[in-house]
Design a protein around this ligand. Structure first.
Ligand code: ZN
Length: 276
């Protein structure tokens, strides 16, 4: 696992702040970013850059926020392709005809999946987060990408490996060629779980680096390391996995956190697109 140093870079554009992945940028040909809560127009618990249409915020503010964020990142928000995010482990392949699905109406998002993959330039993928783990996968050899929402269930069922398998099957991707990134998400400092979930993670990820007990009797799960291991064990090189190492629940001034805010809050977004 990477140390405390972040493999992500912070960008500040006026009030807006978002993260990018320097090693993706060095390779070139791909746009990838993760938003914060800073730089939007939403108010109250959704202040300010809420990008989720499904959480009870004013839809006009959310669409304005999406337009602002996408403009800062350098793509067209009207083309965004979203998925339903059902806390499963399926990943769908999308193409040019899917452009705009879920961009304005969540009911039109790609149903039944938590990840999207494509090899078509100019198709911007988007997934939404309020503590769960964003996984970015980029194959610079076959020119293909996948973007994944890994909740605790998706992490346990190894959705990162499922995404790699989809890239392999559809585009001939070799996992050894893949550049990957684990974005900001609730960290091992804050992700307390019950004994059943702790036991399930200890079974799936033995070795003591993912599940930790504590003197107060609370189990904590390290979703960053769990997803890092999923990618490593599926063949991605250690040097090719960037880790943000930023806990969403520790930094409510910067991120929305479902856990730390008691439920009603906004959503950040991960965005990924092969450049045209
Ligand atoms: Zn934390």
């Amino acid at each position: 696992m990477a140390g405390p140093k972040s493999d992500f870079a912070v960008h500040q554009v006026g009030e807006m702040r978002f993260y990018t992945i320097p090693r993706f940028a060095r390779e070139g040909g791909v746009t990838a970013a993760f938003s914060t809560r800073l730089g939007g127009r939403s108010r109250g618990v959704f202040a300010t850059l809420n990008l989720g249409l499904h959480v009870g915020d004013d839809p006009e503010a959310v669409l304005t926020n999406r337009a602002l964020f996408c403009a800062a990142v350098g793509l067209d928000h009207r083309q965004l392709v979203a998925c339903a995010q059902v806390h499963g482990h399926e990943v769908a392949v999308v193409g040019a005809a899917d452009r705009g699905r879920g961009a304005f109406d969540p009911a039109l998002a790609v149903s039944g999946v938590d990840g999207l993959a494509t090899n078509i330039p100019g198709v911007p993928l988007i997934t939404f987060f309020g503590d769960c783990v964003p996984l970015f996968l980029f194959d610079p050899v076959r020119r293909a990408i996948a973007l994944v929402h890994a909740g605790w269930r998706g992490t346990l069922s190894r959705i990162g490996a499922c995404a790699l398998a989809v890239l392999q099957e559809h585009y001939g991707t070799s996992p050894a060629a893949v550049l990957a990134a684990v974005g900001p998400a609730i960290g091992p400092c804050c992700y307390a779980v019950g004994p059943d979930v702790a036991a399930a993670f200890a079974r799936e990820f033995p070795g003591g680096d993912v599940v930790r007990g504590s003197p107060d009797g609370v189990w904590r799960v390290d979703l960053w390391t769990a997803n890092w291991r999923v990618l490593r064990e599926a063949g991605v090189g250690a040097a090719n996995i960037a880790v943000a190492g930023r806990c969403t629940a520790c930094a409510l001034d910067e991120f929305f956190s479902h856990r730390a805010s008691g439920g009603k809050t906004g959503r950040m977004a991960a965005i990924m697109m092969l450049d045209e």
